[in-house]
Write a protein that binds this ligand. Sequence first.
Ligand code: NAD
Length: 458
Amino acid sequence: MSLLKFIENQETYFKSGDTLPISKRKRLLKNLKKHILINEKKIYKALNDDLRKSNFETFVTEIGILITEIDIVLNKIDKWAKKKRVKSSLLNFPSSDYVLSQPYGKVLIISPWNYPFQLALLPLISAIAAGNTVVLKPSELAPNTSNLIKKFIEEIFDRSHALVVEGGADTATKLLEIRWDYIFFTGSVKIGKIIALAAAKHLTPTTLELGGKSPCIVDDTIDLKLASRRIVWGKFLNAGQTCVAPDLLIVKKNTKDKLVHHLIEEIKKAYGKNPKESEDYPRIVNKINLSRLSKLIQDTKILIGGEYDSETCYFSPTIIDEPRIDSPIMSEEIFGPILLIISYDDENQIEKLISRYEKPLALYVFSTDKKFSERIIRNFIFGGGAINDTIIHAGNPNLPFGGVGHSGIGAYHGKASFDLFSHQKSIVEKGNWIDIKIRYAPYKGKLGIVKKFFKYLS
Ligand code: NAD
């Protein structure tokens, strides 16, 4: 059957109302959870084959997040899908007013390769929970995971309800020619712009989960050993191929040497003297990305690391000291295991540096000076972040996750995801037992009364 026919079938299926019963949504999601748990070992293998991820990382950053999300949906969906009564307006008296969450219809999800299991299935879970049909295109750069996702979805869902289409840019381009009711994209800013253009053609509502350069600020009040441990973890997890990984470390000048010492110590503790031999250190996704990273460190001052091997796609945890402000590594998102150190003397320099960039997806500040961290958090516009830690905000399903401006449009996780994949329909149900006639023409002599009436509306 052609792709277009499958998608036509999804439209018919959606219109039939078969995606709507809450009991069915729950059954399918329970089934997905069961599949994930039964096939845990296959998931570990796929992620290891694609990115050489350790089982620990795969569980914590892929499987665990999905299981938690499904459990939250199963516990809360009855409440989320219910009519939400709101206070009625006196203007409409007598009426009963409510908001109804309604699915959009046919949803297209396009996902990236860096957390290829989680970032494909997390939006699918909520799109299904909200009552939509889904076409999911996982990343071609994590082919083992993409195959496994396809297999799972085919085993659980009728294709008219959820379908996986594998392929790269050509396939995505074909999919974008179709008119969708919602598009959810996770990936780079460059491709995000292509998605936004395609969506604009049909005025399709869209979520864009993108990337950028995320700063991490460290002042001189913090325990540097503790800060280093948390920075090294957030930076070198998945070999730095994390959208919210700290990219620029902006450090108070008087602490720089000490911080660098601790960062190096923490890298050694986590991955040993030779990270290439560590089972816990992943690989770069492919040779193209490895070569991109190797070019970025040319003509830079390397404090640790800088080794790479194009055969095995190994790139060591690397720290670069004070890169030139106009160098390529200071302009593009690194998306690899390279941490930049830039020192500052006063807060104005932080402001000046961060203002050079588009609004980041994440920002972190390490300080025990509450006023300082509060100023940083409030003064900059960014997707989300943490005080005294890195990347952990992405793991709390109660915090909506997303960027702002160039780092993204829209936010998801937990309830925010259910709401994102549902149109919030506002309804006034008017009573007929009385009809207050003041709103009807002719208006002569009514303005004074109406003005008094408006006073009571707020
Ligand atoms: P990418 O933009 O290259 O690819 C993402 C998806 O888009 C893939 O499925 C790919 O096949 C598809 N694609 C490629 N060309 C396309 C085209 N012309 N038209 C339509 N679709 C096309 O991104 P990537 O390399 O897979 O992932 C890395 C980027 O994703 C980084 O910038 C990172 O910051 C970002 N990211 C963001 C988040 C987030 O939650 N905000 C999470 C992970 C990754």
